[in-house]
Design a protein around this ligand. Sequence first.
Ligand SMILES: *[C@@H]1O[C@H](CO)[C@@H](O)[C@H](O)[C@H]1NC(C)=O
Ligand SMILES: *[C@@H]1O[C@H](CO)[C@@H](O)[C@H](O)[C@H]1NC(C)=O
Ligand SMILES: *[C@@H]1O[C@H](CO)[C@@H](O)[C@H](O)[C@H]1NC(C)=O
Ligand SMILES: *[C@@H]1O[C@H](CO)[C@@H](O)[C@H](O)[C@H]1NC(C)=O
Ligand SMILES: *[C@@H]1O[C@H](CO)[C@@H](O)[C@H](O)[C@H]1NC(C)=O
Ligand SMILES: *[C@@H]1O[C@H](CO)[C@@H](O)[C@H](O)[C@H]1NC(C)=O
Ligand SMILES: *[C@@H]1O[C@H](CO)[C@@H](O)[C@H](O)[C@H]1NC(C)=O
Ligand SMILES: *[C@@H]1O[C@H](CO)[C@@H](O)[C@H](O)[C@H]1NC(C)=O
Length: 468
Amino acid sequence: MRRFSSVTVVEVFLVLALLCCSSWKVWSITLCKETNLDKVRPHSVSITEFGAVGDGITLNTKAFQNAIFYLNSFSDKGGAKLFVPAGRWLTGSFDLISHLTLWLDKDAVILGSTNSEDWPVVEPLPSYGRGRELPGARHRSLIYGSNLTDVIITGNEGIIDGQGSIWWSKFRNKTLDYTRPHLVELMNSTGILISNLTFLNSPFWTIHPVYCSQVTVQNVTILAPLDSPNTDGIDPDSSDDVCIEDCYISTGDDLIAIKSGWDEYGIAFGRPSTNIIIHRLVGKTQVSAGIAIGSEMSGGVSNVHAQDIRFYDSYTAIRIKTSPGRGGYVRNIYVSNMTLTNVDIAIRFTGLYGDHPDDGYDPNALPVIEKITIEDVKGENVKKAGLIEGIEGDSFVDICLSNINLNVSSNYPWNCSNVRGYSDTVLPEPCEPLTERIFPDHCSDCYYLSNHRESSNDKKSDGWFTSW
Ligand SMILES: *[C@@H]1O[C@H](CO)[C@@H](O)[C@H](O)[C@H]1NC(C)=O
Ligand SMILES: *[C@@H]1O[C@H](CO)[C@@H](O)[C@H](O)[C@H]1NC(C)=O
Ligand SMILES: *[C@@H]1O[C@H](CO)[C@@H](O)[C@H](O)[C@H]1NC(C)=O
Ligand SMILES: *[C@@H]1O[C@H](CO)[C@@H](O)[C@H](O)[C@H]1NC(C)=O
Ligand SMILES: *[C@@H]1O[C@H](CO)[C@@H](O)[C@H](O)[C@H]1NC(C)=O
Ligand SMILES: *[C@@H]1O[C@H](CO)[C@@H](O)[C@H](O)[C@H]1NC(C)=O
Ligand SMILES: *[C@@H]1O[C@H](CO)[C@@H](O)[C@H](O)[C@H]1NC(C)=O
Ligand SMILES: *[C@@H]1O[C@H](CO)[C@@H](O)[C@H](O)[C@H]1NC(C)=O
């Protein structure tokens, strides 16, 4: 009898949810748009034709540079493919060109040189005003591209290994001269596909699209030791239309960190990260977050949709990091269908992250954090459900939590301050500022909530309820 009546309550609640949210526009999420997949390049050369030696000892920077210089002449003829066969191809930093496919065959390994002189020093990013770690310039990434269009980095199980441990020790013993390099950085580029490869041991962040549009990262594995410093997986930075799907990432820092510039430099540059889609991500990080936004978010971050995610043996699952001085905004963030196992903190917002480029930041530049929806989350062996801390006098608002069920060990599962929002069906019962019910009055205050529930005939959205 009691069981029956509680089922009825659930059904009534569901109907209310449908009515309430049906006015929302559906932004349908299926797969990354496959714009430049399977692009056939009419010309192809092997790196061996340019004198490269795959013995893991010979430095092949010149061979990569010469091959790409040669292939430039095909860029207006449909582009070209640079084929990297099986072997261990040691190299310093090299530049890509437009309409290029860099293809790594099975058992091909591109190895980053362990001599920092093979990683040239370049200008800092304008939206950061300085190197991220040290004032002034920074080392250029191993694989670099700027002002490009139509670039594919792919292959058949190939590996790109940054051999970053030399950089990690220099970071630890404080002997770095400049900010460490990324493994792959594409700047001011459009139409980028990175797929079907493994990325290992980046000196710093692994894949860094900055000021880019239409970036797809698909079916990649990114690995670095769990204690390697700042080896973020993928960091979309002041970039739009980024789609990341079917990836496994296990590194020493955030697995994905969405950024948009740092304090006064990011505010002045003013380029947001927007339309970021993350699908089917699995991973672990011992000290950081599965998906982070910030802490550099001064150009703004919006419209992030992350779905079908699993994090395990990790410190934090979802994290927003910001600070007075950042300015900018984080809004319209939607996370759903997340499964957590052995995670210390499921949801963490930090309003006082600190960490400024210099003393020139404006302490009155307060970030706007609003419309963050997290729904359909289950977790086993979670220590704390949420540590959600806004900024005094600058509350984070319209934080919406729905259908969350966490098996939490802490006696204080939620700590919240300077936040306001709503919730429904959240266990353990959320902190006081989030206890007000979403349905029926606050549906329109919540970003994207349950849109997908509206079209019950859509097979992708089917079963959201039964599966929990
Ligand atoms: C990219 O374009 C900008 C503006 O035209 C130019 O200053 C910069 O040198 C270009 N970068 C490269 C690597 O060509
Ligand atoms: C970005 O690249 C385009 C060419 O693709 C160039 O025209 C533009 O000046 C570049 N902008 C910057 C800021 O480098
Ligand atoms: C993922 O990439 C690997 C190569 O690293 C390839 O063997 C596999 O078929 C790819 N899977 C999909 C679904 O594309
Ligand atoms: C710091 O680490 C680097 C890389 O391992 C090493 O070459 C250097 O000798 C170390 N310097 C000091 C002062 O420990
Ligand atoms: C990845 O590899 C699989 C299997 O070879 C292939 O079907 C798929 O098209 C590749 N994906 C990309 C984006 O190249
Ligand atoms: C939730 O995500 C998992 C992958 O983590 C996937 O297997 C499952 O089908 C998703 N559930 C729904 C209802 O989409
Ligand atoms: C939480 O997990 C523990 C250990 O697996 C288990 O004993 C307990 O029953 C679980 N609690 C709930 C509410 O699922
Ligand atoms: C969290 O809340 C509990 C209970 O109110 C309190 O004892 C604890 O100090 C708080 N922890 C933090 C980190 O704010």
